[in-house]
Design a protein around this ligand. Structure first.
Ligand code: SF4
Length: 76
């Protein structure tokens, strides 16, 4: 399973995650921060769990590129 999390509050809206993993991230027009698509929120952390391992590489690139280090991606 692939688990991706986003600590959304700290997002600075640089758009890197959207460029690198557009299937998982979009920018919000409301507040200019990234949205982790289809995620659920708990205490400020937005999470998706997916059986689709093909999303991992793109998400990992977003993890590495994010300047505020608020994305994590794990394969478990
Ligand atoms: S890469 Fe990080 S800081 Fe930049 S938009 Fe995505 S979540 Fe926000």
């Amino acid at each position: 399973m692939i688990v991706v999390t986003l600590q959304r509050k700290k997002c600075i809206g640089c758009n890197y995650c959207v460029e690198l993993a557009p299937a998982q991230f979009q920018m919000s027009r409301k507040d200019g921060k990234a949205v982790l698509l289809k995620s659920t929120e708990k205490k400020g952390f937005f999470t998706i769990k997916s059986q689709d391992h093909s999303i991992f590489d793109a998400c990992e690139k977003a993890v590495e590129a994010c300047p505020t280090k608020i994305i994590s991606a794990k394969s478990i």
